[in-house]
Unconditional design. Structure first.
Length: 756
């Protein structure tokens, strides 16, 4: 903390708001009020906040912040609440958790959390701890952002995608970078990705963007844009493999030494397995990419070593998206680009847990519940790769994956995140393990952000009791019976890490909590006390944070770290995923010890949607689906400048950046009599919305785009007026468990007055 000449305190803190970046904020505070937000102005590479972080003052002081505990008074979803005391709110929630457990069993309580506005201490693991003490609960499996990359990485490399990305300085050693379905200029893309890509541009390193959209990233950084139909990316990758194989461009020495199963993949690619060679002409019929473009891309990638194939998570959020990431990893191995500076291992090409940093303190001190009786009592899942990866293979410093995400193992008691609404509606009669009665939500706008909004709305109305911990009255919170108001990252202390950057961040408390809002730690501790659990915690928030940092060998002085707000590892070396395996001879953590282009584990599953080698499988709701006659446009839901998912959507400064609209190609607009700015109707069998049209050639014909996160705002007829794309998406997971928000067919029509 520094004192300025005008009597303002400048408090250093870090912003970590689910965009997978951690950025420095300088908060100017006078008389307990934040007056200005600045960011990193030091030497490059800076940890400089985006517009969202810079607008945090408007977020904290927004007039719609929830200040007090609330109890529902109207019909669920109507948004009518009354203010009550914390004692009454916590008594009610504690009583309902006990009632549901005693009446129906502990499995009837569901905990649903997300990663917004959290740190190492304040997160959903705190309520997990409470519910485990209460006898257990039903948890969820699956990561909405990148489950397909996790599954692909587990099958291919024997680990998850938390540690498969190189640090971004590695890109400066590349001769070619392929940004496939990735838009880091807008999303920020882990720390300083955009900074290093700007250096790539200055160094004249060739960049190619493969995407249905001509994104700001493609505009600013790419030398070539290759438009592609959504859900067909795997076909293009496999056609590239065909070119590489038939022209003898593969790195056979690398394949022989470090992989198994290439010959089986080769048999499939050449058509010897099914009589259908996967030629560039074959791929054109599927993906819409001209054969010459495919041939040139394949040759360039195979002959430009080191080359980085950066396969974005967005492509994995399609039906059979895990096949895309497995194919990308296979091409990375075919060209010998795994484990070398300037290359890429594929499978998302990113890391959430920074492999440079010492995570020992985080893992050892994490406030989670541990062994969940509900999960422990159920049999192990037979269709999961987690058992082989995380419960048999120990990673350095402990079994990080299980402690981060799951307690008790991958059992059949878990629900896939995509299927929670279906499980609530159908219960045991529908084949689920329990009948679900209570839902506890922590920092998650479920109704808005998950597939099939109208089905989720129906599920929320069926539940007997709903709790939400929130900062605003979100569309989801309107369905809660009790709403606990949580404070923000500037109203509590916490610690975090730099995503793919060599630093730790201290999230300093800059101001007192507004109104009666409380931290997640305070809420969980208070609820535990109401339920009679005396052993919830023997430490204060400060004591927990000191213990966490004491476990991090990188940070010698907690107090100095807290004052500075950031601790950089000055002498850290660039990280290259799997360099130890390629350069040091360490085996991969797979059953074979090698990169598994052919996975015997998947073969043993005998699941047609999860073949042992990567294959192209046509998605449901593709342009070849009979449904396309009724709904001929493919919808993709993308990220916006102005939001982190649904967070910040109500901030005036940020709303000026971009109008929520459906983006449509001029050819598709002309055929429908639509002009730029017209109000249009976007619909399918799952939902309807009225939204403005943005007509532009920056999206390929046959595809429309609506950015995710806009507030679900239905009118009296149930037609969304806010532009939430999930009223249109389908709540069916990919075979590997992934969220398929980019697989949906819709129709767009010019809206008429009174249109329903």
């Amino acid at each position: 903390m520094n004192r300025t000449s005008n009597a303002e305190n400048v408090i250093m803190t870090t912003c970590h708001d689910h965009c997978c970046s951690v950025c420095l904020l300088k908060l100017h505070v006078r008389n307990g009020i934040i007056t200005k937000v600045e960011t990193d102005d030091g030497p490059e590479p800076q940890n400089r906040a985006c517009a969202r972080g810079r607008a945090y003052r408007q977020y904290v002081y927004h007039p719609d912040r929830l200040m007090y505990p609330l109890r529902r008074t109207g019909r669920r979803g109507e948004g009518k609440f009354e203010r009550i005391s914390w004692d009454e709110a916590m008594d009610t929630v504690a009583s309902e958790i006990k009632r549901v457990k005693d009446t129906y069993g502990a499995a009837s309580n569901i905990l649903l959390c997300s990663c917004g506005d959290v740190g190492w201490l304040h997160n959903g693991g705190l309520i997990d701890r409470v519910l485990v003490h209460a006898g257990g609960y039903t948890g969820v499996l699956g990561n909405v952002s990148c489950e397909a990359t996790w599954y692909a990485s587990m099958a291919h490399y024997g680990t998850d995608n938390l540690v498969t990305g190189n640090t971004r300085d590695s890109l400066l050693k590349s001769k070619l970078i392929i940004l496939w379905g990735w838009n880091p200029v807008v999303t920020k893309g882990y720390g300083n990705t955009h900074y290093y890509l700007s250096l790539v541009k200055k160094a004249n390193i060739r960049v190619i963007a493969v995407d249905p959209r001509y994104t700001p990233t493609a505009q600013l950084l790419a030398d070539q844009w290759i438009p592609i139909r959504p859900g067909t990316d795997t076909a293009l990758l496999i056609a590239m493999a065909y070119v590489i194989i038939t022209e003898n461009l593969e790195d056979q020495g690398f394949l022989d030494k470090y992989t198994i199963g290439f010959n089986k993949f080769k048999t499939y690619v050449l058509g010897k397995e099914d009589g259908l060679p996967k030629t560039p002409a074959w791929a054109e019929n599927i993906a819409g990419v001209p054969p010459d473009t495919t041939v040139n891309l394949a040759r360039l990638y195979a002959t430009s070593k080191p080359a980085a194939l950066m396969d974005g998570w967005s492509v994995g959020r399609t039906a059979y998206g895990e096949q895309f990431h497995r194919a990308a990893a296979t091409l990375s191995a075919m060209t010998g680009n795994v484990g070398i500076p300037g290359g890429s291992a594929g499978v998302g090409a990113t890391s959430e847990v920074n492999p440079i940093l010492d995570m020992g303190g985080y893992v050892s001190a994490r406030m989670s519940g541990g062994d969940n009786p509900v999960h422990r009592a159920a049999p192990l899942r037979k269709d999961s790769l987690w058992a082989g990866v995380f419960y048999k293979k120990k990673m350095a410093g402990g079994d990080i994956g299980s402690q981060l995400f799951y307690s008790g193992g991958p059992t059949t008691a878990y629900l896939n995140r995509v299927c929670v609404a279906d499980a609530i509606l159908k219960g045991r009669a529908g084949g689920y393990p329990a009948d679900y009665k209570l839902l506890y939500m922590v920092t998650i706008n479920w109704l808005n952000q998950y597939a099939n909004t109208n089905k989720i709305k129906e599920a929320l109305r069926k539940l007997e009791f709903v709790v939400a911990q929130e900062q605003f009255m979100t569309p989801t919170a309107k369905f809660a019976d009790i709403v606990f108001p949580t404070n923000t990252i500037v109203e509590r202390n916490d610690v975090t890490w730099g995503a793919l950057e060599p630093f730790y961040g201290y999230m300093n408390k800059a101001i007192a909590s507004l109104g009666e809002s409380k931290s997640q730690f305070e809420i969980a501790a208070g609820l535990a006390a109401k339920m009679g659990f005396s052993d919830f915690s023997d430490k204060t928030e400060e004591e927990w944070l000191r213990q966490i940092i004491a476990g991090c060998k990188d940070i010698p002085n907690y107090d100095a770290f807290k004052r500075a707000g950031i601790h950089r590892l000055v002498d850290s070396k660039p990280y290259v995923a799997f360099e130890e395996q390629i350069q040091g001879g360490k085996p991969f953590p797979t059953p074979s010890g090698k990169i598994e282009i052919y996975s015997q584990t998947l073969a043993d599953l005998a699941e047609p949607g999860l073949p042992p080698i990567p294959k192209y499988i046509e998605t449901w709701e593709s342009i070849k689906d009979p449904l396309a006659k009724k709904y001929p446009l493919q919808l993709i839901s993308t990220h916006s400048w102005r939001r982190t998912h649904s967070k910040f959507d109500n901030i005036p400064w940020l709303r000026e950046l971009e109008v929520q609209a459906v983006v449509i190609n001029p050819a598709d607009a002309l055929a429908r009599g639509i002009k730029d700015g017209d109000m249009v109707r976007v619909f399918n069998d799952r939902g309807r919305m009225i939204i403005a049209a943005r007509v532009t050639e920056r999206i390929m014909p046959g595809v429309v785009e609506i950015s995710e996160g806009a507030k679900y705002d239905p009118d009296v007829n149930g037609i969304d007026q806010g532009g939430c794309p999930n009223v249109l998406t389908k709540d069916i997971p990919s075979p590997g468990g992934g969220f398929c928000g980019n697989t949906a067919l819709v129709q767009v029509e010019k809206a008429q007055r009174g249109h329903k």
